[in-house]
Ligand binder design. Sequence first.
Ligand SMILES: C[S@@+](CC[C@H](N)C(=O)[O-])C[C@H]1O[C@@H](n2cnc3c(N)ncnc32)[C@H](O)[C@@H]1O
Length: 485
Amino acid sequence: MSPAVSTLSPAIAAILDDPAYPGLKALIIETTGMAFYRDKDGDLARILAERMAEIGVIGCAGYLGLLQSLVQGKAEMDALIAELTIGETYFFRHKEQFDALRDLILPDVIARNASFRRLRIWSAGCATGPEPYSVAIMLEREFAERIAGWHVTVLGTDINQKFLTRAREGRYDEWAFRVMPDAQRAACFDKVGNQWQIRPEFKRNVSFQYHNLIKSPFPSLADNIAGFDIIICRNVIIYFSQSTVESLVPCFRESLNDGGWLIMGHAEPNQRLFRDFRTVNTPGAVLYQRADGPPPAAEPSPSAIPRPVPPVLAASAGAGRVAPPKASPVRRSRATPSRLVPPSQPQAQGLAGFDRLKVARDLADSGQWEKAAAACNAIIGASPLDAWAHFYRAMVHEQMGEDEACEKSLRRAIYLDRRLVLPHYHLGLFLARKDDTAGAERSFRNAQALLTGIAEELPVNPGEKITVGQMREAVAMHLKLLGGA
Ligand SMILES: C[S@@+](CC[C@H](N)C(=O)[O-])C[C@H]1O[C@@H](n2cnc3c(N)ncnc32)[C@H](O)[C@@H]1O
């Protein structure tokens, strides 16, 4: 035992001496990306010792077995993640970046999107919510006139379920307002006891969902992670390894519309990583803009090499606002549909139909909603009974703020093929948003039943990036939120 270890409490020292500890540590880092713990054995062992004592597990091998078990593994990993993650955050953190958002980025995006009146913003690793709420406050207080009647989405995602619950509540202690002027706080929050509750007008466009940047591939339309105008991911990747960060940057890029902006934490200035972006410097902030154009001269990245435009695009060419679809980043290309056995597959769908659906889905994944709508309409025109085409049409309706049409298309997809998981799942999300709790619960239960008995690692449908395991986790979380778990 090293001298440092001998000064630690016996429980922590026992964990550090346990031969199963390295495997346990590797699983935790692999699941969360938090390579930060690679050289923080004392901290990690303390958290593990506390967690293991709480649930009465002795020894790292037993705890590793629990984390890997099919029945309780996910729930225990969530409980552990709640202790491992660091949720330091506050409103309008790093003022210079919010200045750039107000003075440069939002005016640019609003001008760019004026013809279709939509705005999609993602706060990745949002912790308890001050970051997405700060954006919503800025939009409401400084841009309300310019975006009146627009379909605005501010999505906050995180790996920590406890943080997400608190984010949804929107109630904060004084400390969260450490750089926010009192007058601004009074205008946006109501005092409730010792805390401050965000007012409904700053909450209505903000939603929160679970998303693990390491394990949930993106962009993914089915996961609602695609087609953003602005992505904010600050003070998150600092905990990840260099190779993890390198694999994430192209995914962020692919999840942005052309011309969209990426804001990273000011402590993450490794600009080499962002060479596929246009770098813009403003006072105190470095910003990255996706600008599709000729690849940089020396080293073109895989994601910058254009694919041929598929024939189905011809009808709508020029109608949209963005460049042709690009090749997928390395992480995405792993799940080749033909290698995997789908849980269920539409009967009538031949290879040509599959390819055409893939085109529609890729267009939607890259935020080209008008082209994706045209591609879906073309498939539906030729094969009106294609359940998947109706499903992807529903997803595009949703992104375009066409609620009624979205619900209709989802129900049509289910009517045409009840075995497809994603339409049930998304109908659940839709109904939950409309406060139809019973309907939402029914839809999630249908999705849950369809996922029973299928191997975790399979894609939830052919070519989709979400796996059965991830979908199960998402469904369980939503049922829990509805109070029906
Ligand atoms: C320090 S907070 C940053 C909060 C906010 N972005 C800010 O800058 O104020 C880091 C957040 O990243 C989240 N996080 C860590 N690993 C993650 C992962 N693999 N996927 C998604 N979120 C993750 C943590 O749960 C935590 O809430």
